[in-house]
Ligand binder design. Sequence first.
Ligand SMILES: NC(=O)c1ccc[n+]([C@@H]2O[C@H](COP(=O)([O-])OP(=O)(O)OC[C@H]3O[C@@H](n4cnc5c(N)ncnc54)[C@H](O)[C@@H]3O)[C@@H](O)[C@H]2O)c1
Length: 345
Amino acid sequence: MGSPLSSSKKLGIGVIGVGQIGKVHAQNLARRVPNASLVAIADSNKAAADAVASQNGVQQVYADYNDLLRDKNVDAVVVATPTFLKLEVVKAACQAGKHIFCEKPMALTLKECDEFIAASDKAGTKFQVGYQRRFDPSYMRVKQGIDSGEIGTMLLLRSNTRDPPQKVAGVWADPKISGGIFLDTSSHDFDVIRWLSGSEAKSVIADGLTTAYPELQKLGDKDTTMTIIRLANGALAHVDACRVSVYGYDIRAEVVGTEGAIFMDIGKDSETHLLKKAWESNEYSYWYQQRFDEAYRGELEGFADVVLHDTKPRVTARDGRAAVEIGLAARLAMEQQRAVSLPLA
Ligand SMILES: NC(=O)c1ccc[n+]([C@@H]2O[C@H](COP(=O)([O-])OP(=O)(O)OC[C@H]3O[C@@H](n4cnc5c(N)ncnc54)[C@H](O)[C@@H]3O)[C@@H](O)[C@H]2O)c1
């Protein structure tokens, strides 16, 4: 059982895996999350761990995450290792009685998701998944607009993730490590669709391309995909993903109802945009660290609040599982060129 914490205490958090996103979480915890403090860092790349620790004034640095889990000052952990490694880390963290903030996607298979849920239920600790869009001010405004009833009956939702071009290398490039485009990229959108609609996916069709990065074909992944989801509330949703967005990091959502629509703009603050090919020169040319600056901070503040005040996370392990399930259904639909019903057997 995770030990109860007094609400006046700051949550002591250790970060496991300080690559691209782990670094963002470490920085936020060290400086911008008022109800938590960064107390330890672990990364199998000790040099990387040392560098992030010294940048953020952290004394406790471990090469082995099991040592971090034995640290008494660590109440909770952020798990930001590559996805194929999360299961062993999460199970060990549950056994150590630590609360868990787990980066998305939580796992590569539904069996693994179920093991996460069982381990965290047994430990009685909190488990939040890092779908930060639920903490982003613009997505929260769309959600408020829907919940206020302003658009009437929901007909259509759309959500997209289009990343700027990257080298086919590292964590994202191998679907055995990342889960591939449907789990690693579109699971953000699948979570957005479930959250905005308040409804579950009933069936999915999907297709994909490797026009920009043909080398992904051999690896069994795609650079561009489209997924259409029929929801239990009767609405349709479409999700697209593209890893070659030459005009910038393009993250948007919209919802159309019988009484109106809510559109989210492409940029963080501005309302009009000129789309040019040279994405570096665009006014909105930033990537996820800048686009979701407030959301990454807010999700950790929310997580610390969940632990300190014993409330339910905004993104639960079951939400994490549901996003993985839609991703797996989309992959199957694409591979077999047929509609796939949910829940998956
Ligand atoms: N929420 C978001 O917007 C967002 C953005 C980027 C990445 N992510 C997710 O975060 C996860 C990590 O992605 P990344 O891009 O930061 O990867 P990364 O490769 O940059 O970092 C992973 C880190 O984990 C470390 N690591 C590997 N094995 C380890 C072990 N056994 N113990 C401790 N550390 C270990 C590596 O040394 C590396 O520093 C992925 O699941 C990814 O999908 C989420």
